[in-house]
Design a protein around this ligand. Sequence first.
Ligand code: NAD
Length: 352
Amino acid sequence: MLKFGIIGFGFMGQTHAKTIETLDYAELLAVCDTNALQFKEASDPILTFLKADELLAVPEINTVIIAVPNHLHLEMVKKAAEAGKDIICEKPAAMNAAEFSEMMQITQAANVRFTIHHQRRWDKDFCIAKEIYQSQTLGKIFTVKNSLYGFNGNMHDWHIYPEFGGGMLYDWGVHLIDQMLTMLSPSRLTSVYADVQNVINKNVDDYFSIMLRFDNGVTGQVELGTYMLSEKEHWFERHWFIGGNKGSAVIDGFDPQGAITRTSELLQSVSGKVTMTPAGPTRSFGPPPEGRIISEPLPKVHVNHEMFFDNYYCFVQGEEELAVKPNQIFFLMKVLDAIRVSAETKQAVALA
Ligand SMILES: NC(=O)c1ccc[n+]([C@@H]2O[C@H](COP(=O)([O-])OP(=O)(O)OC[C@H]3O[C@@H](n4cnc5c(N)ncnc54)[C@H](O)[C@@H]3O)[C@@H](O)[C@H]2O)c1
Protein backbone atom coordinates (compact mmCIF):
# COMPACT_ATOMS: atom_id res chain seq x y z
CA MET A 1 0.00 0.00 0.00
CA LEU A 2 1.27 3.49 -0.84
CA LYS A 3 0.79 5.63 2.28
CA PHE A 4 1.07 9.21 1.17
CA GLY A 5 1.91 12.52 2.77
CA ILE A 6 1.56 15.65 0.61
CA ILE A 7 3.80 18.68 1.16
CA GLY A 8 2.17 21.79 -0.35
CA PHE A 9 -1.62 21.60 -0.29
CA GLY A 10 -2.55 24.16 -2.93
CA PHE A 11 -3.96 23.51 -6.40
CA MET A 12 -1.83 20.49 -7.23
CA GLY A 13 -1.63 19.06 -3.69
CA GLN A 14 -5.44 19.06 -3.54
CA THR A 15 -5.64 17.51 -7.02
CA HIS A 16 -3.36 14.70 -5.79
CA ALA A 17 -5.56 14.17 -2.71
CA LYS A 18 -8.62 13.69 -4.95
CA THR A 19 -6.70 11.28 -7.20
CA ILE A 20 -5.44 9.22 -4.24
CA GLU A 21 -9.06 8.75 -3.09
CA THR A 22 -9.71 6.88 -6.36
CA LEU A 23 -6.71 4.51 -6.09
CA ASP A 24 -7.31 1.23 -4.28
CA TYR A 25 -3.59 0.73 -3.62
CA ALA A 26 -3.07 4.13 -1.97
CA GLU A 27 -4.10 6.08 1.08
CA LEU A 28 -3.49 9.71 2.10
CA LEU A 29 -2.38 10.01 5.73
CA ALA A 30 -1.32 13.66 6.08
CA VAL A 31 -0.92 16.98 4.33
CA CYS A 32 1.31 19.92 5.10
CA ASP A 33 1.04 23.57 4.11
CA THR A 34 2.41 26.79 5.61
CA ASN A 35 -1.01 28.33 4.93
CA ALA A 36 -3.54 26.73 7.31
CA LEU A 37 -6.44 28.05 5.19
CA GLN A 38 -5.66 25.32 2.65
CA PHE A 39 -6.67 22.67 5.20
CA LYS A 40 -10.38 23.41 4.72
CA GLU A 41 -10.01 21.28 1.57
CA ALA A 42 -8.58 18.35 3.58
CA SER A 43 -11.01 15.56 4.41
CA ASP A 44 -11.07 13.91 7.87
CA PRO A 45 -9.28 12.01 9.37
CA ILE A 46 -6.20 13.29 7.51
CA LEU A 47 -3.47 14.79 9.69
CA THR A 48 -2.54 18.41 8.91
CA PHE A 49 0.81 20.07 9.62
CA LEU A 50 2.24 23.54 9.13
CA LYS A 51 5.82 22.23 8.85
CA ALA A 52 7.22 19.63 6.46
CA ASP A 53 9.44 18.17 9.22
CA GLU A 54 6.35 17.31 11.28
CA LEU A 55 4.74 15.45 8.37
CA LEU A 56 8.01 13.66 7.63
CA ALA A 57 8.17 12.44 11.23
CA VAL A 58 4.99 10.34 10.74
CA PRO A 59 6.45 6.80 10.52
CA GLU A 60 3.47 5.27 8.63
CA ILE A 61 4.00 7.58 5.63
CA ASN A 62 6.13 5.73 3.07
CA THR A 63 5.77 8.11 0.08
CA VAL A 64 5.82 11.89 -0.07
CA ILE A 65 4.38 14.04 -2.84
CA ILE A 66 6.12 17.40 -3.10
CA ALA A 67 3.76 20.04 -4.48
CA VAL A 68 5.23 23.32 -3.25
CA PRO A 69 6.35 26.15 -5.58
CA ASN A 70 9.28 25.19 -7.82
CA HIS A 71 12.12 26.94 -5.94
CA LEU A 72 11.37 24.78 -2.86
CA HIS A 73 11.58 21.37 -4.56
CA LEU A 74 15.27 20.80 -3.78
CA GLU A 75 14.87 21.69 -0.09
CA MET A 76 11.86 19.36 0.27
CA VAL A 77 13.53 16.50 -1.64
CA LYS A 78 16.51 16.77 0.75
CA LYS A 79 14.27 16.66 3.83
CA ALA A 80 12.14 13.79 2.54
CA ALA A 81 15.18 11.72 1.53
CA GLU A 82 16.78 12.30 4.95
CA ALA A 83 13.54 11.04 6.51
CA GLY A 84 13.83 7.89 4.36
CA LYS A 85 10.61 8.51 2.40
CA ASP A 86 10.10 7.62 -1.25
CA ILE A 87 9.48 10.76 -3.30
CA ILE A 88 7.19 11.88 -6.09
CA CYS A 89 8.13 15.48 -6.86
CA GLU A 90 6.09 17.85 -8.98
CA LYS A 91 7.39 19.19 -12.26
CA PRO A 92 9.49 21.12 -13.10
CA ALA A 93 11.63 18.81 -11.00
CA ALA A 94 14.16 21.54 -10.29
CA MET A 95 15.17 25.07 -11.23
CA ASN A 96 18.01 23.73 -13.43
CA ALA A 97 20.05 20.63 -14.24
CA ALA A 98 22.62 21.27 -11.49
CA GLU A 99 19.87 21.28 -8.84
CA PHE A 100 18.38 18.12 -10.29
CA SER A 101 21.75 16.39 -10.28
CA GLU A 102 21.98 17.19 -6.55
CA MET A 103 18.52 15.68 -6.04
CA MET A 104 19.58 12.50 -7.84
CA GLN A 105 22.69 12.16 -5.68
CA ILE A 106 20.75 12.77 -2.46
CA THR A 107 17.99 10.28 -3.25
CA GLN A 108 20.47 7.63 -4.43
CA ALA A 109 22.59 8.05 -1.28
CA ALA A 110 19.47 7.77 0.89
CA ASN A 111 18.33 4.74 -1.14
CA VAL A 112 14.80 6.09 -1.62
CA ARG A 113 12.65 5.86 -4.76
CA PHE A 114 12.44 9.10 -6.73
CA THR A 115 10.29 10.13 -9.66
CA ILE A 116 8.71 13.26 -11.10
CA HIS A 117 5.01 13.80 -11.70
CA HIS A 118 4.97 13.95 -15.50
CA GLN A 119 1.38 12.74 -15.80
CA ARG A 120 1.05 14.47 -19.17
CA ARG A 121 2.80 11.45 -20.70
CA TRP A 122 -0.71 9.96 -20.36
CA ASP A 123 -2.54 12.88 -22.08
CA LYS A 124 -4.98 11.56 -24.69
CA ASP A 125 -3.88 13.88 -27.52
CA PHE A 126 -0.21 13.15 -26.84
CA CYS A 127 -0.76 9.38 -26.74
CA ILE A 128 -2.63 9.53 -30.09
CA ALA A 129 0.23 11.57 -31.59
CA LYS A 130 2.82 9.17 -30.15
CA GLU A 131 0.99 6.13 -31.49
CA ILE A 132 0.80 7.64 -34.99
CA TYR A 133 4.47 8.68 -34.87
CA GLN A 134 5.70 5.31 -33.65
CA SER A 135 3.50 3.22 -35.97
CA GLN A 136 5.44 4.63 -38.96
CA THR A 137 2.21 4.83 -41.01
CA LEU A 138 3.13 8.35 -42.14
CA GLY A 139 6.36 7.17 -43.75
CA LYS A 140 9.49 9.18 -43.10
CA ILE A 141 8.52 11.94 -40.66
CA PHE A 142 10.03 15.38 -41.26
CA THR A 143 8.31 17.40 -38.53
CA VAL A 144 6.26 17.11 -35.33
CA LYS A 145 4.58 20.34 -34.20
CA ASN A 146 2.90 20.87 -30.86
CA SER A 147 1.28 24.15 -29.87
CA LEU A 148 -0.82 25.46 -27.00
CA TYR A 149 -2.56 28.84 -27.05
CA GLY A 150 -4.31 30.82 -24.33
CA PHE A 151 -6.28 34.05 -24.60
CA ASN A 152 -5.84 36.25 -21.53
CA GLY A 153 -2.11 36.24 -20.85
CA ASN A 154 -2.95 35.11 -17.36
CA MET A 155 -0.05 34.20 -15.08
CA HIS A 156 -0.96 34.03 -11.41
CA ASP A 157 0.28 33.80 -7.82
CA TRP A 158 3.97 32.78 -7.51
CA HIS A 159 4.07 31.97 -11.26
CA ILE A 160 4.75 35.69 -11.94
CA TYR A 161 8.05 35.65 -10.00
CA PRO A 162 11.18 34.26 -11.69
CA GLU A 163 12.85 33.51 -8.34
CA PHE A 164 10.00 31.10 -7.47
CA GLY A 165 10.35 29.31 -10.80
CA GLY A 166 7.54 31.24 -12.50
CA GLY A 167 6.92 31.54 -16.24
CA MET A 168 5.38 29.29 -18.86
CA LEU A 169 8.57 27.45 -19.74
CA TYR A 170 8.61 25.93 -16.24
CA ASP A 171 4.85 25.56 -16.20
CA TRP A 172 3.57 23.90 -19.42
CA GLY A 173 6.86 24.14 -21.32
CA VAL A 174 8.45 21.34 -19.34
CA HIS A 175 5.47 19.07 -20.17
CA LEU A 176 5.54 19.90 -23.88
CA ILE A 177 9.29 19.29 -24.18
CA ASP A 178 9.06 16.08 -22.13
CA GLN A 179 6.31 14.84 -24.48
CA MET A 180 8.45 15.60 -27.53
CA LEU A 181 11.49 13.77 -26.06
CA THR A 182 9.32 10.80 -25.04
CA MET A 183 7.64 10.55 -28.44
CA LEU A 184 10.89 10.69 -30.41
CA SER A 185 12.84 8.37 -28.12
CA PRO A 186 15.19 6.58 -28.77
CA SER A 187 16.22 9.28 -31.29
CA ARG A 188 18.60 11.72 -29.67
CA LEU A 189 18.02 15.47 -29.41
CA THR A 190 21.09 17.17 -30.89
CA SER A 191 20.28 20.90 -30.64
CA VAL A 192 17.68 23.50 -29.65
CA TYR A 193 16.91 26.95 -30.95
CA ALA A 194 14.54 29.01 -28.81
CA ASP A 195 12.71 32.30 -28.88
CA VAL A 196 11.39 33.02 -25.37
CA GLN A 197 9.51 36.28 -24.71
CA ASN A 198 7.59 38.24 -22.10
CA VAL A 199 4.64 39.49 -24.14
CA ILE A 200 2.32 40.98 -21.53
CA ASN A 201 3.97 39.73 -18.32
CA LYS A 202 6.85 41.92 -17.24
CA ASN A 203 8.96 39.45 -15.29
CA VAL A 204 8.30 35.99 -16.65
CA ASP A 205 8.01 34.34 -20.05
CA ASP A 206 4.53 33.90 -21.52
CA TYR A 207 5.49 33.00 -25.11
CA PHE A 208 8.01 30.60 -26.57
CA SER A 209 8.77 28.98 -29.88
CA ILE A 210 11.36 26.21 -29.79
CA MET A 211 12.93 24.08 -32.51
CA LEU A 212 14.32 20.74 -31.44
CA ARG A 213 16.56 18.87 -33.87
CA PHE A 214 16.80 15.10 -33.52
CA ASP A 215 19.49 12.80 -34.93
CA ASN A 216 16.91 10.91 -37.05
CA GLY A 217 16.31 14.10 -39.09
CA VAL A 218 12.99 15.04 -37.43
CA THR A 219 12.45 18.63 -36.32
CA GLY A 220 10.23 19.05 -33.28
CA GLN A 221 8.49 22.41 -32.98
CA VAL A 222 6.90 23.57 -29.75
CA GLU A 223 5.02 26.85 -29.49
CA LEU A 224 3.09 28.24 -26.54
CA GLY A 225 1.52 31.65 -26.05
CA THR A 226 -0.82 32.79 -23.29
CA TYR A 227 -1.97 35.75 -25.41
CA MET A 228 -2.72 34.38 -28.88
CA LEU A 229 -6.12 35.74 -29.86
CA SER A 230 -8.46 34.21 -32.39
CA GLU A 231 -12.16 33.62 -32.98
CA LYS A 232 -11.52 30.08 -34.19
CA GLU A 233 -13.17 27.36 -32.15
CA HIS A 234 -10.71 25.28 -30.09
CA TRP A 235 -7.86 27.66 -30.97
CA PHE A 236 -7.15 28.10 -27.25
CA GLU A 237 -6.20 24.49 -26.86
CA ARG A 238 -3.58 22.10 -28.08
CA HIS A 239 -2.72 21.28 -31.65
CA TRP A 240 -0.48 18.56 -33.04
CA PHE A 241 0.73 18.25 -36.62
CA ILE A 242 2.85 15.31 -37.73
CA GLY A 243 4.18 15.45 -41.26
CA GLY A 244 5.63 12.46 -43.11
CA ASN A 245 6.29 11.63 -46.78
CA LYS A 246 3.31 9.24 -46.83
CA GLY A 247 0.77 11.33 -44.95
CA SER A 248 -0.01 13.94 -42.31
CA ALA A 249 -1.83 13.81 -39.00
CA VAL A 250 -3.71 16.66 -37.36
CA ILE A 251 -4.87 16.33 -33.75
CA ASP A 252 -6.74 19.30 -32.31
CA GLY A 253 -8.10 20.17 -28.91
CA PHE A 254 -8.09 18.85 -25.35
CA ASP A 255 -10.83 16.45 -26.51
CA PRO A 256 -8.77 15.45 -29.52
CA GLN A 257 -10.37 15.72 -32.96
CA GLY A 258 -8.64 15.25 -36.27
CA ALA A 259 -7.58 12.74 -38.89
CA ILE A 260 -4.74 11.10 -40.72
CA THR A 261 -4.67 12.35 -44.30
CA ARG A 262 -2.97 10.89 -47.37
CA THR A 263 -2.94 11.52 -51.11
CA SER A 264 -4.08 8.87 -53.56
CA GLU A 265 -1.20 9.89 -55.84
CA LEU A 266 2.21 11.19 -54.79
CA LEU A 267 2.75 14.88 -55.42
CA GLN A 268 5.78 14.26 -57.62
CA SER A 269 3.62 12.44 -60.15
CA VAL A 270 1.02 15.22 -60.36
CA SER A 271 1.34 17.73 -63.20
CA GLY A 272 1.90 21.36 -62.21
CA LYS A 273 -1.63 22.51 -62.99
CA VAL A 274 -2.18 26.25 -62.52
CA THR A 275 -4.97 27.08 -60.05
CA MET A 276 -6.33 30.59 -59.69
CA THR A 277 -6.74 31.62 -56.03
CA PRO A 278 -7.69 34.98 -54.40
CA ALA A 279 -3.92 35.36 -53.84
CA GLY A 280 -3.17 34.87 -57.55
CA PRO A 281 -2.24 31.84 -59.67
CA THR A 282 -0.33 28.98 -58.05
CA ARG A 283 0.89 25.55 -59.11
CA SER A 284 1.73 24.25 -55.64
CA PHE A 285 -0.80 25.65 -53.18
CA GLY A 286 -4.22 25.33 -54.80
CA PRO A 287 -6.83 22.93 -53.40
CA PRO A 288 -6.22 19.27 -54.28
CA PRO A 289 -8.27 17.84 -57.18
CA GLU A 290 -11.49 16.05 -56.21
CA GLY A 291 -10.89 12.57 -54.77
CA ARG A 292 -7.16 12.94 -54.22
CA ILE A 293 -7.28 13.32 -50.42
CA ILE A 294 -8.00 10.22 -48.35
CA SER A 295 -8.86 10.57 -44.66
CA GLU A 296 -8.51 7.97 -41.91
CA PRO A 297 -9.70 8.29 -38.31
CA LEU A 298 -7.24 8.88 -35.49
CA PRO A 299 -6.32 5.76 -33.51
CA LYS A 300 -8.25 5.23 -30.27
CA VAL A 301 -6.27 5.30 -27.05
CA HIS A 302 -7.47 4.57 -23.53
CA VAL A 303 -5.38 6.59 -21.12
CA ASN A 304 -5.81 8.78 -18.06
CA HIS A 305 -3.56 10.59 -15.59
CA GLU A 306 -4.05 7.94 -12.88
CA MET A 307 -1.83 5.71 -15.03
CA PHE A 308 1.15 7.69 -13.72
CA PHE A 309 0.37 6.36 -10.23
CA ASP A 310 -0.54 2.87 -11.55
CA ASN A 311 2.92 2.66 -13.11
CA TYR A 312 4.61 3.95 -9.97
CA TYR A 313 2.78 1.38 -7.81
CA CYS A 314 3.66 -1.48 -10.18
CA PHE A 315 7.28 -0.28 -10.11
CA VAL A 316 7.26 -0.41 -6.29
CA GLN A 317 5.81 -3.94 -6.51
CA GLY A 318 8.66 -4.91 -8.88
CA GLU A 319 6.19 -5.57 -11.70
CA GLU A 320 6.99 -2.71 -14.11
CA GLU A 321 9.83 -0.45 -15.10
CA LEU A 322 9.50 3.10 -13.75
CA ALA A 323 8.05 5.22 -16.57
CA VAL A 324 9.41 8.61 -15.47
CA LYS A 325 13.09 7.91 -14.79
CA PRO A 326 15.40 10.40 -13.05
CA ASN A 327 18.02 10.19 -15.85
CA GLN A 328 15.35 11.21 -18.41
CA ILE A 329 14.40 14.18 -16.25
CA PHE A 330 18.05 15.15 -15.83
CA PHE A 331 18.29 15.37 -19.63
CA LEU A 332 15.00 17.32 -19.74
CA MET A 333 16.46 19.81 -17.25
CA LYS A 334 19.57 20.13 -19.43
CA VAL A 335 17.32 20.87 -22.41
CA LEU A 336 15.54 23.59 -20.42
CA ASP A 337 18.89 25.14 -19.49
CA ALA A 338 19.93 25.03 -23.18
CA ILE A 339 16.64 26.69 -24.19
CA ARG A 340 17.38 29.60 -21.86
CA VAL A 341 20.92 29.96 -23.24
CA SER A 342 19.59 29.84 -26.80
CA ALA A 343 16.95 32.51 -26.05
CA GLU A 344 19.59 34.77 -24.53
CA THR A 345 22.28 34.29 -27.17
CA LYS A 346 19.85 33.95 -30.11
CA GLN A 347 21.96 30.97 -31.24
CA ALA A 348 21.23 27.27 -31.55
CA VAL A 349 22.67 25.29 -28.64
CA ALA A 350 24.04 21.76 -29.06
CA LEU A 351 23.12 19.07 -26.54
CA ALA A 352 25.89 16.80 -25.34
N1 NAD B 1 1.88 18.22 -13.05
C1 NAD B 1 1.05 19.21 -13.32
O1 NAD B 1 0.27 19.16 -14.26
C2 NAD B 1 1.05 20.44 -12.45
C3 NAD B 1 0.00 21.35 -12.52
C4 NAD B 1 0.05 22.46 -11.68
C5 NAD B 1 1.11 22.66 -10.80
N2 NAD B 1 2.13 21.74 -10.81
C6 NAD B 1 3.28 21.91 -9.91
O2 NAD B 1 2.86 21.73 -8.57
C7 NAD B 1 3.62 22.57 -7.69
C8 NAD B 1 2.66 23.44 -6.90
O3 NAD B 1 1.93 24.25 -7.80
P1 NAD B 1 0.44 24.74 -7.46
O4 NAD B 1 -0.12 25.26 -8.73
O5 NAD B 1 -0.28 23.70 -6.71
O6 NAD B 1 0.77 25.97 -6.50
P2 NAD B 1 -0.13 26.52 -5.34
O7 NAD B 1 0.37 27.90 -5.04
O8 NAD B 1 -1.58 26.38 -5.68
O9 NAD B 1 0.19 25.55 -4.11
C9 NAD B 1 1.44 25.53 -3.48
C10 NAD B 1 1.20 25.39 -1.97
O10 NAD B 1 2.45 25.24 -1.32
C11 NAD B 1 2.35 25.91 -0.06
N3 NAD B 1 3.69 26.15 0.46
C12 NAD B 1 4.56 27.14 0.13
N4 NAD B 1 5.70 27.02 0.82
C13 NAD B 1 5.56 25.91 1.60
C14 NAD B 1 6.40 25.26 2.55
N5 NAD B 1 7.63 25.72 2.81
N6 NAD B 1 5.92 24.17 3.16
C15 NAD B 1 4.68 23.69 2.90
N7 NAD B 1 3.84 24.28 2.04
C16 NAD B 1 4.28 25.37 1.38
C17 NAD B 1 1.56 27.15 -0.39
O11 NAD B 1 0.98 27.74 0.78
C18 NAD B 1 0.52 26.61 -1.36
O12 NAD B 1 -0.66 26.23 -0.71
C19 NAD B 1 4.55 23.36 -8.61
O13 NAD B 1 5.80 22.74 -8.66
C20 NAD B 1 3.88 23.30 -9.96
O14 NAD B 1 4.77 23.44 -11.05
C21 NAD B 1 2.10 20.64 -11.60
